[in-house]
Design a protein. Structure first.
Lengths: 143, 113
């Protein structure tokens, strides 16, 4: 992260924050914590921070495909009015489909993302599953 | 796993109450399922799931609740949720699950529905 060094008190997150975690259900909380920290430092209000926290959790679950192995790599990029999160799964044994899905959880994930973020997407390319989302801060958008 | 996460079952007459605390996510949802499905199987009446102390819920936990609801209906029973946190209710609203579940703000109200 970077901050202004001109004597001002405002600190803006400009440089990407990167997080790499083994695909393990216990560790997705780290992605949520990072999302909340980045959003908070970017000036999101409490509700927006909560929204981004849940959205990043859903993105991780979608991309990691519950039950698969590998490493989840996340990049958080804060701009003046938004936070963008990119997520990819590297080195997974199975990355096609959500192994543990029983009751339409994937559809639920997509509904949650549709409601909470401005843009999101997924792709499967070259043996790697990737996802991304972008959420703007309404407060910043009005200023 | 969330260190504050806990599931406790309380029985009172025909009423089975499952009290959940902490964050419900991909890590804790399997534990929730392990408690709810046997509770439904043992119950002869409604099953109340107290989510008052739940601070986070995601799609994997919602999937467990949907599965439990189906299990209840197969047995002629009824699953009732207790939620008063607007942040948690919001998740049920945006997923359309408020139409599927009976949701009350207190355990007392859930018990008399």
């Amino acid at each position: 992260m970077s901050g202004s060094d001109d004597g001002g008190s405002e600190v803006r997150t400009r440089e990407p924050v990167e997080l790499s975690i083994p695909v393990h259900s216990d560790l997705i909380v780290l992605a949520r914590l990072t999302a909340a920290t980045v959003a908070s430092r970017a000036g999101f209000d409490v509700e927006e921070v909560d929204d981004l926290r849940l959205a990043v959790d859903e993105l991780c679950v979608l991309v990691s495909d519950a039950g698969s192995s590998g490493c989840l790599r996340l990049t958080f990029i804060a701009t003046d009015d938004a936070v963008e999160v990119r997520c990819s799964l590297d080195g997974a044994e199975t990355v096609d489909g959500r192994g543990s899905e029983e009751h339409g959880e994937r559809e639920l994930s997509l509904r949650i993302l549709d409601a909470l973020v401005d843009e999101h997407g997924e792709e499967f390319d070259g043996g790697q599953r990737r996802g991304w989302l972008r959420k703007r801060s309404v407060r910043h958008g009005r200023s | 796993m969330d260190e504050d996460f806990a599931v406790e079952e309380r029985n009172e007459g025909d009423l089975v109450q499952v009290v959940v605390r902490g964050e419900l996510d991909v890590a804790t949802a399997p534990t929730l399922r392990e408690h709810l499905h046997p509770a439904v199987d043992r119950s002869s009446g409604p099953v109340i799931v107290d989510l008052l102390a739940v601070t986070f819920i995601d799609s994997t936990a919602l999937g467990v609740l949907i599965g439990t609801q189906e299990r209840c209906r197969e047995r002629g029973s009824d699953l009732r949720l207790v939620i008063d946190d607007a942040r948690i209710i919001k998740i049920f609203e945006i997923t359309g699950l408020v139409e599927l579940f009976s949701i009350s703000p207190t355990v007392a109200e859930a018990a008399i529905r």
